[in-house]
Write a protein that binds this ligand. Sequence first.
Ligand code: NAD
Length: 343
Amino acid sequence: MFEELLRRWDGEHAVVSYDAPSGTWMLVCIHSTKLGPAMGGTRMQVYAEPAEALEDGLRLAGGMTRKLAVVGLPCGGGKAVLAVPELPSGDERRRLLERYAELIDSLGGTFVTGPDVNTGEADMDVIGARTPHVFCRSVGNGGSGDPSIHTALGVFHGIRASLGRVFGSDDPAGRTVLVQGAGSVGAKLSGLLAETGANVLVSDVDEERARATGATTVAPEAALEAECDVYAPCALGATLSAESIPRLRCRIVAGAANNQLAEPEDGERLRAAGILYAPDYVINSGGALHGIGLERLGWDPERLEQEVAGIGDTLERVYTESEAEGIPTHEAAERLAAARLRR
Ligand code: NAD
């Protein structure tokens, strides 16, 4: 199964290591180093089969190449997966991360990692004690800390660009935006929107979190069908599908969640329904700009703010290409990324 997955893959190489003390498969997938060292988060997850973990890593690594290329970062794409028998904690977790850090270090900077599903700042600190090839450590340990404010800010700029395209004005004042998920990104996004006079609706399975934003709350099961100008998915992926798209009552989908399209055809379904879709990996790239920009590229906070605002300009280019070519926006984004990689 590993052989077949690797044979079909269009990436550069994958490093596979079995960590016997913890029973963890460590899978570092380096998709492309054409534009610079491969950057990508480390996901820690329980999988039914190691091959499923490798499949996830290979696919996500390709996504990172596209994401970093389309926003113009001088970086390649990669992803690492730690396929654990169960999520570890305490000393067991620390020792696993230390062994993993040695693996990353042995790659000599070809792959640089950060947080992803089930890993965070504290884990990056442990990794960072053994290798410099890490970003998003805590501020106290010399890192750039939680990137979610810049993810939210990037989504905010992306919403503005999308409003401009659909309504002829990018002013959120008086527009209704439904934010699905009031977590790290969604709560900050709802605050940014409220400050500009938008009418913000927030939905979260954790009702207390939704209420804490101070916005009008919407029950989770009613979120997709809520009438709004912008639907901003900031919780789960795959909320846009053949089943859900006909139920949407918005003109724009622009949010932070990863992998919003359940299948690629959903991009065309949205276009056919007259809904403008901000490709997820473009609009949610503020977090990557934060970690990579501040820690790897030596940006100061002003430069970071400018680059995050540039997410709106990148979306403009995506929308222009999509209109000119008559293709869904996610395909237009892929073409822009591919053009950069060909240069
Ligand atoms: P988070 O875990 O802090 O917040 C997610 C929120 O969604 C939680 O409050 C959870 O209760 C809620 N939720 C879960 N299922 C829901 C449902 N069915 N309906 C409504 N709410 C639901 O996550 P986050 O860091 O805010 O990230 C949000 C999304 O953005 C994720 O998909 C993440 O992968 C993506 N993303 C985050 C960043 C970042 O900087 N944090 C960067 C890029 C992409």
